[in-house]
Design a protein around this ligand. Sequence first.
Ligand code: BGC
Length: 686
Amino acid sequence: MMKTYLDKSAPIEERVDDLLNQLTLDEKIRLLRGKDFWTTNPIERLQIPAFGMTDGPLGVAYHSSFKGKRTRFPSTIALAASWNKELAYSTGKVMGKETKLAGRHQILGPGVNLIRSPLCGRNFEYLSEDPILSSDIAAEVVRGIQSENIAACIKHYITNCSETKRMEISTEIQERALHEIYIKNFKRIIEKSGPWGLMSCYNKINGVYGSGNKHLLKDILRDELGFTGHVVTDWGASRNVEGGAAQCIKAGLSLEMPGIAMSRTMRPKNIQKALKAEKISESDIDYVVKPLLRTFFRVGLFDKEIIEPSKILDIPEHQDLARKVAEEGAVLMKNDGILPIDLNQVKKIAVIGPNAQKKFGAPFHGGSSAVVPPRFITPYHGIAKYVKGKAQIVSDPKDADVTILVLGMNHGGHFLKTMLFGNKTEGDMEGKDRTSYSLPEDQNKLFEDTIKQNSNTVVLLVAGSPVDCSIFLEKSRGLLNVWYPGMTGGDAVARLVFGEVNPSGKLPVTYPKKLEDHPAHISKKRFPGDLDELKIYFDEGIFVGYRYFDKENIEPQFPFGFGLSYTTFKLSNLRVSIPKIERNGKFAVSVDVKNTGSRAGSEVVQVYISDDHASIERPPIELQDFVKIHVNPGETKTVSVELDQSAFEFYSEKDHEFIIEPGSFTLWVGTSSRDLPLKSKIEYVN
Ligand code: BGC
């Protein structure tokens, strides 16, 4: 008779239980640590194949997928800036497909750490400073990936919001902020998309390493949030856990990666020792093996035909999607009318600057996100191609009708060189944070020189994090932020600049006027942390990003949710379905959006809430939901969102849970956190 675990038609939980019963103790132990850099140990006796992982989150990475070339997507922060949930789903789906075509079962993404500071070296891989925007976009990416029977892996749990001393530093954080901001982000992703995998972080949280943290991994993640997938360590993250294998297993860790010398905590002999010393029992081992087996069945490890990994994926539809993400994520931050450039009038264009022809995606460059595409279209090449036969590209701003100056950062040094000699690039990088909010000095000088030669200068920003725009904000005629726009980014840039596509991205992070205005930079203790004590203090508590700027009434350079368009919109007719809401009730918020300009375009309707009277200090406003809608000139469309009681809650340190205080709340609706023209009251009654 066929064994239940091999029976495709049997329910997953029955297959998991059956397989668990068939495994010997030694075999279970072998499953808890990787075989090599990217796979688990196969168990031939039971026909358990190796489970294969590939890095993300900008696509299927080169180093972990047989040195293959794949679609390189725009940075995750660009996807968040699109505020487009459907686009996030499609992106996840393509990542799932390409992971499958690479012969792997899991992609190590999306990266979902909150963007607490503009200087974190990995902001480009993350989404937002806001847990609602972050979780709503990330959940769609996860759903998309998993619709292809590939496991997503949300990372890095939790508070891994900086890179300096990431393997040793301890996040010092209060209970309320931990739950109300950081856990909430993961909680909503889990509720909305049920990810099959999660990666623990390198850092400690209040003194305890993330990979051996029973409170966070077991009590909260599994028991409270209901996470049913497996927890894998960040690569080498368990090596410093003081209590070794016993502590990791008791905490609920299912898999130590990679299976090489850099991580040896979960070596079989260490686990055997812990068993012998009765620090753990076989049922503790079953508890952590089970979620891993569940993932094996979810991805169809036993049922799948073996895929011969293809070396080069050159799939036009996938690249078109990458272009669409770049287009929808681009944020127009200033425009005095110079954009879109009219090719009937402009005949000579200079496209200059350090990022005009920079190609991203060289092998082994860029940490986990080292995705190597089959080709790369830079802004220069995209524009040159677009204007061919209509305008001339010149090299000297003096000769140009318009200059496009492409400034920004450089994501990623070479893995090995960075390990040996440190980070020499000026940009975003794994293991390093930026030390300055400004662009490199020579770029500011280049801007000043360019503007002297040609006052019709538009700045195109290519960077994965907020950078200080004050120098060119005043004197440039336009500012378009395209983040790292991916392999087809140059085409997206051209379509945006010449008006074939109307910009519709909104900032997923606040840009401060100066770093000292930012809540994470009030002191060095907050960022990069006290590096003698090896502690980083999250002393701003729940007042992360715009929550702080609003509370302190500080004018940012650009507020959260901000972004211009080539058209104009008017919001009106705010309706709330019921005036009072009771426990477990839901309510709808609707609004009409009219395109009052002359071009078609998309607008992001943002819904915020504030508590009119609370017993503790709460942020002035908090995002609750958002909808992106495309509207033609003169047309009006209605959008609605449905909210529930979680819109009113806050975390009480007294009760150790989320609570809602009955009373009146204000709903705010608009198109940025600082442009909320519509409001309405709603009451919560117990
Ligand atoms: C990164 C992870 C990554 C892992 C495997 C670590 O250094 O922090 O995000 O998935 O390496 O490459």
